[in-house]
Design a protein around this ligand. Structure first.
Ligand code: GLY
Ligand code: MN
Ligand code: MN
Length: 361
């Protein structure tokens, strides 16, 4: 088995043991990719990787899918008329509790529970999530490269903006630029928001046309070599008003306050607090309506919020976003988002695209 995957499986088995478990059924396709190198999107069909003490990891896969070219696990195929859960049961010890993935769908979990009333089930995907949270050297390199591409792409995206263009027209041109720059495509549906639409943090690009005086918010990311980038920049199409400047500078300072604090041992909640305090002191506290950030890697949102309720310390190898925002309904919104990677003695900021207030057009 490839040394990387062997090491990852060993880490997960160690984590499982600490939770009193010897078996885990992994269903999240990205977790399976992390542990085997094989990525399969199974749609409605069952996909599971069974990890069991003293046994080879075994992927249970519908035979309609291409069998992954990996030596990191055995593969057991089933047909559309087979019961994949019967196959899973043969790989598990019914006398031992089975660790389950948070993504194990109820349509599979409930029949599995009914098979043997004596078997106990326990949510245990954090055994994988904790391993995924601490990126190894190859993953750190991939995260850096994806964000470098995102920085380069942002320089191209702002050139697409001109009076009268719609958000959807701009958004529709981004993927080709990512591909030209060597990425696989988007890591999530891009957000392009003009003017008051930027006050909706998850606005979907629509037919709104750009007019002078609008803010232009790009929240964009590419997937490159399987790893995700995610960055937000907010530009001004024409000279900003005093209020726009004040809001922008407040968000920029909030981003900086948290970003410069990141080091091993600092708690996630302290980072959230540092950014939130800047925004509260400027009087915009009620308008920063979301957590400061999220972890990121093979998925754009990975478990472990950067928020007031997460009081664990950050650790070397963790990668997450710092994305404060101020959203003024009916007026405009500003968000500035960067990815950071915690190192052994501090942090690397993975994005270097400028954060200074920038007027375009
Ligand atoms: N694009 C979603 C986010 O920044 O989390
Ligand atoms: Mn984002
Ligand atoms: Mn984000």
């Amino acid at each position: 088995m490839h040394a990387t995957y062997k090491q990852r499986v060993e880490t997960v088995m160690h984590n499982l043991k600490q939770r009193g478990l010897s078996h885990l059924l992994v269903c999240d396709p990205r977790s399976i990719q992390y542990l085997t190198g094989a990525y399969v999107e199974p749609g409605e069909r069952f996909l599971g990787l069974v990890l069991a003490e003293d046994a080879e990891p075994t992927l249970v896969l519908n035979e309609l899918f291409t069998v992954p070219d990996t030596s990191a696990c055995a593969v057991r195929l089933y047909s559309d008329t087979d019961d994949p859960l019967a196959l899973v049961a043969t790989l598990c010890d019914a006398d031992q509790p089975l660790g389950c993935d948070k993504n194990l769908a109820a349509r599979f979990l409930l029949p599995l529970m009914e098979r043997d009333a004596a078997t106990k089930f326990q949510l245990a995907s954090d055994a994988v999530d904790d391993a995924r949270a601490r990126k190894d050297a190859a993953e750190r390199a991939a995260m850096r490269a994806a964000s470098r591409t995102n920085d380069a792409a942002m320089g191209r995206f702002r050139e697409l903006v001109h009076e009268g263009v719609t958000e959807a027209e701009v958004a529709g041109q981004l993927e080709e630029i990512y591909r030209e720059l060597g990425a696989q495509g988007h890591s999530f549906t891009p957000i392009v928001s003009f003017g008051a639409n930027a006050a909706d943090p998850h606005h979907e690009p629509d037919a709104t046309r750009l007019v002078a005086g609008d803010v232009v918010l790009f929240d964009v990311g590419c997937r490159q070599d399987e790893y995700c980038a995610d960055m937000t920049r907010t530009f001004f199409f024409g000279e900003p008003t005093e209020r726009q400047r004040e809001v922008y500078e407040t968000v920029r300072r909030a981003n900086e306050a948290a970003r410069t604090l990141v080091a091993p041992g600092v708690r996630f909640c302290d980072l959230d607090r540092a950014a939130r305090e800047v925004i509260e002191e400027a009087g915009f506290g009620p308008f920063f309506t979301h957590r400061l950030g999220h972890q990121i890697g093979l998925d754009v949102h990975e478990p472990g919020d950067v928020s007031a309720t997460h009081d664990a310390p950050v650790q070397p190898g963790m990668c997450f976003s710092i994305e404060p925002g101020i959203y003024l309904p009916g007026e405009f919104g500003v968000r500035i988002e960067d990815l950071v990677l915690v190192t052994e003695d501090g942090c690397e900021v993975l994005n270097s695209y400028p954060r200074e207030l920038t007027v375009i057009g």
